[in-house]
Design a protein around this ligand. Structure first.
Ligand SMILES: NC(=O)c1ccc[n+]([C@@H]2O[C@H](COP(=O)([O-])OP(=O)(O)OC[C@H]3O[C@@H](n4cnc5c(N)ncnc54)[C@H](OP(=O)(O)O)[C@@H]3O)[C@@H](O)[C@H]2O)c1
Length: 293
């Protein structure tokens, strides 16, 4: 029997990789996000908004397996409650959710506590689920820090903390495997990491070699980052959320390395060296006024 699959967050960094894989494998699915017409005609696309429960009730009708991606945002808890509530009302049979490695409603770190509270709400909702807890993405270096890297230095309050960075393509491989065989994973929880943990200094040393140019990591205080976030108008909740992410890395919470990716896919995780080749190319293609050669 073919399950009716919906992929939310379909235009995001993770969602579009899942969409690409399902499409290549000729699996039937619907891609969902707020934006309409975000995909070519041969990909079924529906618009929904977590802030608007009526759109969710409508969208989740006839969905069996829902990949639920709740992005980091001030309203993420409310959005998740709306989505899980609508999925329950619509009779969704299984929710597959990506969350964060270390997510725990009792965590001292706001971001891991928030992720943990959403996971607990999902498990108490009565809708069967599969939980994929992932470490931070390699792609954050481009998406969040690209401009700083082009300028030659990354300033973060992460001390010498190490992270087993995950490639979003690897994460999408795991999600895709689960979506095509969802009921083999019912009730399971998986922790996905990269193959080894790197400090920011080590990561940028790898990138510097690829760029043939020095790009430094400069550890700073939380106060400096707080001021920078205030300056761009971030809400106080968001500032605490972001600072708690950095603090958790500084405290060593991102160091764990698991074999779950290999066990689920039979593949080796992408290395930071390999990702750096791609990142170096994008930094060189879009230089920020500094000599990159
Ligand atoms: N980034 C990391 O390093 C990291 C670390 C640990 C865990 N994670 C996990 O990774 C996931 C984050 O995914 P991501 O980086 O792919 O997110 P993303 O790139 O920010 O994409 C967010 C997606 O959600 C959609 N969206 C945003 N607001 C929405 C709303 N109100 N209603 C419906 N859809 C909405 C966006 O599309 P539209 O704007 O078109 O609606 C987009 O498709 C989360 O599950 C998080 O727990 C990330």
């Amino acid at each position: 029997m073919a399950w009716k699959i919906m992929v939310t967050g379909a235009t995001g960094i993770v969602g579009r990789e899942i969409v690409r894989r399902l499409h290549q494998r000729e699996v039937e699915f619907v891609a969902a996000c707020r934006q309409e017409g975000a995909f070519p005609e041969d990909i079924k696309n529906i618009s929904l908004d977590y802030a608007n429960p009526a759109t969710l009730d409508q969208a989740f009708r006839n969905v069996d397996v829902l990949f639920l991606l709740i992005p980091f945002a001030d309203s993420m808890r409310e959005w998740a409650e709306n989505a899980v509530g609508a999925a329950r009302r619509a009779g969704v049979k299984l929710i597959v959710r990506t969350s964060a490695l270390g997510a725990d409603p009792g965590s001292p770190y706001l971001w891991l506590r928030t992720e943990g509270e959403i996971n607990r709400m999902l498990s108490e909702s009565g809708v069967p689920s599969v939980l994929i807890k992932t470490n931070s993405f390699m792609q954050n270096f481009d998406r969040l820090y690209g401009e700083a890297l082009r300028q030659g230095a990354l300033y973060l309050p992460e001390g010498e903390g190490r992270t087993s960075f995950v490639d979003v393509g690897d994460l999408a491989n795991v999600v895709t495997e689960i979506l095509v065989n969802p009921f083999n994973h019912l009730g399971r929880e998986y922790s996905i990491t990269g193959g080894r943990a790197l400090s920011n200094a080590e990561a940028l040393s790898i990138l510097s070699t690829r760029c043939a140019r020095r790009i430094s990591y400069v550890p700073v205080t939380e106060e400096i980052t707080r001021k920078a976030l205030k300056k761009i108008g971030a809400s106080s909740w968001w500032i605490e959320f972001v600072l708690s992410r950095h603090r958790s890395v500084r405290d060593g919470e991102g160091e764990e390395v698991t074999n779950t990716f290999q066990e689920l896919t039979g593949l080796e995780p992408r290395t930071f060296e390999d990702y750096s080749e791609e990142l170096a190319e994008s930094l060189l293609v879009r230089p920020g006024g500094v000599d990159l050669h």
